[in-house]
Design a protein around this ligand. Structure first.
Ligand code: 1GP
Length: 230
């Protein structure tokens, strides 16, 4: 999946990124980020993505403000290792009635932020899970499954210098049967291979599509690695 943060480019540019990511074979666009954005910017960005590509758009919300009826679905996510209840159930409580009224599909998801955590770690006041925190990560993940959540997202933070430790991904994979999303700092075939072999079902990249001129050529080898390894 390709992550587009509406805070970092114009809706026109976001549409272009989506079109090129689609050409590279990405499966979905995730839209969101930790920096606050207006509903107008979010709506405009989704509109452009939908004009320029056929990809489905899933909102990856940073707060109860990041919602739009134009998206195909939204992760109804809880930052389980936050020290602030707002990020565990506060924003969710504010958004839930509105989401129901909009009729948008909600996909419940446990969100776990690992060291270094980057912006989302700071904004979400995460008690970062260290890179050797296997027991902690497994504990949160099994709890997420027991709570009935449908997905687990293991996040190192956008732009992270190191990916989530594949040993941790492996341990989580062995202990839960939920689909695993892994993201943060993934920019090379080696990283894609490492997280995928460890058990990631979905790999997310964001920073790479913001930094390169040719999104299709940058994503193609990463996506090809996933397709040939599975
Ligand atoms: C951030 O996991 C995503 O939420 C993507 O991270 O920007 O480092 O690819 P990158």
């Amino acid at each position: 999946m390709t992550l587009i943060d509406p805070a970092f480019q114009s809706p026109e540019k976001a549409g272009e990124i989506a079109r090129n990511a689609e050409a590279a074979g990405t499966d979905y666009i995730m839209i969101g980020g930790s920096t606050s954005i207006t509903r107008e910017k979010l709506d405009e960005t989704i509109k452009k993505i939908k004009i320029d590509s056929k990809l489905k758009v899933i909102i990856f919300p940073g707060s109860s403000e990041t919602i739009s009826p134009l998206a195909d679905a939204i992760y109804f996510m809880t930052l389980l290792n936050s020290s602030d209840p707002e990020y565990i159930i506060g924003h969710q409580t504010k958004a839930a009635p509105l989401l129901r009224k909009m009729g948008i599909e909600t996909i419940s998801m446990a969100y776990l932020v690992f060291s270094p955590g980057m912006t989302v770690g700071r904004v979400g006041k995460a008690k970062l899970i260290p890179n050797d925190g296997v027991d902690e990560a497994v504990g949160y993940s099994v709890a997420a499954e027991m709570l009935g959540l449908r997905l687990i997202y293991l996040e190192a933070g956008s732009g992270a210098s190191q990916i989530v430790n594949p040993e941790i991904i492996k341990a989580v994979r062995q202990n839960v049967s939920l689909p695993l999303i892994v993201g943060g700092g993934i920019r090379s075939r080696e990283s894609v291979r490492a997280v995928s072999e460890a058990g990631a079902d979905i790999v997310v990249t964001g920073t790479i599509v913001e930094q390169v001129d040719d999104v299709t050529s940058a994503l193609q080898p990463l996506i090809a690695t996933l397709r040939t390894d599975k």
